[in-house]
Design a protein around this ligand. Structure first.
Ligand code: CA
Length: 494
């Protein structure tokens, strides 16, 4: 009797636990759809750290727990563009890497190739530095340090052109190139605007010579400083910098309101006839750290007036949705989410004492050996005041779309939900991916062995001719065989 009671109470506990787990795993996010003004609004993600993470043993899983290539998970989720940073030579004299993903041109080529395998274009983000370039740091690459401005322009042209050739020949589909990263106050060691303009134009010319169709983007920060943004756009015009896209970062803890972002982008677009977009945004789904290295947003600094979404997957999805909407309101090209997969290399959640210390020690080794953290100790020769003192792990693991085990969070659905559909075109059985099973289901429906509901019929009509027939099944089979094949119409039609 006692035993049976124990078994039954054990069973009940197991059932309760299972229910609780499945509820938390499936806690769906909801966002209001956006009526996009651009035909192919960019729903992009920067995943520059991915190679270093994979080398450190990180694996990625769909929300149902199935392991898959990160790039396939992103493409299936509606991400249509990948962004990758490029540093000139992020290594010391002994060949040790500075970390931060070890992002040289060779890494960008590997990332671009994998993006293209799943039908996603690439934005190549040149920092023109050997390590992080940001509003406070625009240090020239070691090899350019003693160059005159003319020599530096030539070097920048050649580095840009040669890197793009290398990335393209690996199989990447380069759609856009950023000439500099967060170049609000300088680029490659130059802070005088006429020198900056000369370098911008050298990079732009390299992109034009590489491919006339590829967009040339410039990237600035601090849209809340409206006068500075207007001055930048005006100066670019006066110095006749030949670019296509004026882009800004938007981090709500620093960058003002979304209404102001829309106003600044619309001003630049209408005054100077440039495309506009957000090149970086991110938002925490939790305030907990998972790798033993402090994050940029923590429970001690998260209270800014524009941090108005909850620190949950729902809040994270809401932030990205609202940034997309703000850019759309300015007739913008799109939005890139920054490092949405830079998760921990070893989960520290719930650990304490010696267990915590040994896990952090393990993580430190991976940051150091594989470049899986924001900086390794080897970066101190190039960046002594910042990386040299504070080198370590991921500062944005709580802003990823994947939890500490690599499993996709429900917030990743935001990329499709903004289109007003939870499903990709072709996902007839609605299991979150387009597979041969969908083609089979169409064939069965055509043979009247299965019946499709109204939504399934819309998902099955991949060529958009208002009929569901074997042509749709064949298109899906071709897509499955070669994921870079695109359906004639986009998922935004649903
Ligand atoms: Ca961290």
């Amino acid at each position: 009797m006692k035993t049976i009671k124990r078994i039954i109470s054990g069973l009940i506990a197991a059932i309760l636990l299972t229910t609780a787990l499945s509820v938390s795993a499936q806690e769906a996010v909801t966002v209001e759809p956006i009526r996009f003004r651009h035909d192919h609004f960019i729903k992009g993600m920067d995943v520059s750290s991915v190679l270093s993470l994979e080398k450190s043993g990180v694996k990625f899983y769909r929300s149902d727990g199935e392991e898959a290539d990160l790039f396939q998970i992103l493409a299936d989720s509606g991400v249509n563009y990948i962004r990758v940073r490029v540093w000139n030579h992020p290594y010391d004299n002994a060949g040790n890497s500075y970390g931060g993903g070890n992002n040289d041109a060779a890494a960008a080529a590997k990332i671009g190739k994998r993006a293209a395998q799943y039908g996603m274009k690439l934005l190549v983000d040149f920092h023109y530095s050997d390590f992080w370039a940001d509003p406070a740091k625009q240090k020239a690459p070691k090899a350019w340090e003693n160059m005159s401005l003319t020599e530096k322009s030539t070097a920048l042209y050649e580095f840009t052109y040669n890197s793009l050739e290398e990335i393209k020949s690996a199989g990447a589909e380069i759609g856009m190139v950023q000439i500099g990263n967060e170049t609000t106050a300088g680029i490659a060691g130059e802070s005088d605007f006429s020198a900056m303009a000369q370098l911008f134009n050298a990079g732009a010319k390299a992109v034009r010579d590489f491919d006339r169709e590829t967009l040339v983007a410039l990237h600035f920060t601090n849209p809340e400083k409206t006068a500075v943004m207007k001055w930048l756009a005006d100066s670019l015009n006066q110095y006749q910098v030949a670019y296509d896209v004026f882009s800004s970062s938007y981090y709500p803890q620093w960058h003002g309101t979304l209404d102001n972002l829309t106003a600044v982008l619309r001003y630049v677009r209408e005054t100077y006839h440039k495309e506009v977009m957000v090149a970086e945004t991110a938002y925490p789904y939790t305030l907990d750290d998972t790798d033993g290295f402090s994050n940029t947003v923590t429970r001690w600094n998260c209270s800014g007036e524009n941090m108005r979404w909850n620190f949950t997957p729902q809040g994270q999805a809401g932030e990205l949705r609202d940034v997309m909407s703000a850019v759309n309101d300015a007739d913008g090209l799109g939005v890139f989410y920054w490092e949405g997969a830079w998760i921990t290399v070893g989960d520290t959640t719930g650990l304490s004492g010696s267990e915590l210390e040994s896990q952090i020690q393990h993580n430190r080794q991976l940051w150091e050996q594989n470049g899986a953290g924001w900086a390794s100790s080897y970066a101190k020769e190039y960046d002594p005041d910042d990386a040299g003192k504070y080198f370590g792990g991921s500062a944005v693991d709580n802003q990823a779309f994947f939890d500490a085990t690599g499993r996709a969070l429900p917030s990743l659905d935001v990329f499709r939900l903004v289109d007003g559909t939870k499903y990709l075109l072709g996902d007839v059985n609605r299991d979150g991916r387009v597979s041969v099973e969908d083609a089979t289901l169409i064939q069965k429906a055509v043979g009247e062995m299965e019946e499709l509901d109204v939504q399934q019929k819309a998902l099955a009509d991949v060529n958009g001719d208002s009929k569901v027939d074997v042509v749709d099944a064949t298109l899906i089979q071709e897509y499955v065989a070669d994921l870079s094949v695109q359906f004639p119409i986009g998922s935004e039609q649903l």
